[in-house]
Structures are given as structure tokens and as C-alpha cells.
Design a protein around this ligand. Structure first.
Ligand SMILES: [Zn+2]
Ligand SMILES: [Zn+2]
Length: 172
């Protein structure tokens, strides 16, 4: 074959000189070449991902803190099935703890906000106990309401100022 002659890159069969971009002799050889390209690209991409991961110093298991296997999936955060089970157990336990803590806090707050009052019926002399809202000794309910309203207005003014700072004054 002279150097002006061209050959299929897969099977070596002779190719017409034009079009010069043509590299294979047949549909079969073209499919095979495309498959080889696809594989080469895939390997190159995997290689780049591995290199990037190594450059980051490798990733660590979020459960045990040991390095993930080098071939671990890009999204992987956990090194093994054992760690996965351990994590599920731990998260379930922690969720229970948080719920219990919230319940304790709610009970404590209820106790703070109410007071148990002994009420005697003046006509019948009958005695009963009631949980009444606890009001600070130095404030009347009306004063409390006014203070709360003032705090809300103040918060609204601050929000408006913050929005203004970002967006500029609204159009009138
Ligand atoms: Zn061919
Ligand atoms: Zn682990």
C-alpha cells in the first residue's frame, strides 16, 4: 500500500481517498470504532475523577472517619454496610433523644407559664384547683400586650430596613 492509499483503522481494508475524514470501511467497523472511543472516554473520565479525589486528599466515611475505598462512587459517603447499619441505628437513637428533649423543654415551659391556683367558691365554699397563666408581678396583661406589640412593630421596621438595603425603596 502506498502512502496515498488509506486503510480502515479497524480491519485494515482499503479505503477510498475521499472523504478524508472517513476512518472505517463499513458499518460494522464504524460501530466497533465508536465502541472503542466510548470505552476510552469512559476510562479517561474515571481516571480524572480518581485523580481529583486523590488531589482532595481522599474522602472519609461520615460514620467511622476512615478513608473511603478509592473506587467508591462519587456520591458515596459511607465505607461499608456495617457503617451504614451503624449510622441508621445512631440516627434513630438521636432522633428519639431529640424528641424526648423537646418534650422535657415543653413541660418545663408550661410549668413556667402557668401557676396552679386554689379557687374557693364564695357561695358554696367548694374548693378547686386551676392552672392560670403566670403574669409577671410588675406588669399588667395590658402592659404585656403593648410591649409585645411594640416588639413586633420594631421587628417589622428592621425587616423593612433590611429589604430596603438589598432592593432599594419600593415603588410608590
Ligand atoms: Zn474495516
Ligand atoms: Zn465507615
Amino acid at each position: 500500500m502506498s502512502d496515498t492509499e488509506r486503510a480502515c483503522v479497524i480491519c485494515g481494508a482499503e479505503l477510498p481517498r475521499y472523504p478524508a475524514s472517513r476512518k472505517t470501511c463499513s458499518a460494522d467497523c464504524r460501530a466497533r470504532l465508536n465502541y472503542m472511543r466510548w470505552r476510552a472516554n469512559r476510562h479517561a473520565a474515571a481516571e480524572r475523577k480518581r485523580e481529583a479525589r486523590l488531589a482532595q486528599g481522599g474522602r472519609l466515611c461520615v460514620e467511622c472517619g476512615k478513608p473511603l475505598p478509592p473506587d467508591a462512587n462519587v456520591q458515596a459517603k459511607i465505607c461499608s454496610d456495617a457503617c451504614r447499619r451503624q449510622r441508621t441505628l445512631r440516627l434513630t437513637h438521636e432522633r428519639g433523644e431529640r424528641q424526648a428533649e423537646r418534650a422535657r423543654a415543653e413541660r418545663a415551659e408550661r410549668a413556667l407559664r402557668t401557676v396552679r391556683v386554689k379557687i374557693t367558691d364564695l357561695r358554696t365554699g367548694e374548693v378547686r384547683w386551676e392552672d392560670r397563666p403566670l403574669i409577671p408581678y410588675n406588669a399588667s396583661p395590658g402592659q404585656e400586650y403593648a410591649k409585645r406589640r411594640e416588639r413586633l412593630l420594631e421587628q417589622e421596621r428592621r425587616n423593612a430596613a433590611a429589604i430596603n438595603a438589598v432592593l432599594g425603596p419600593g415603588e410608590e
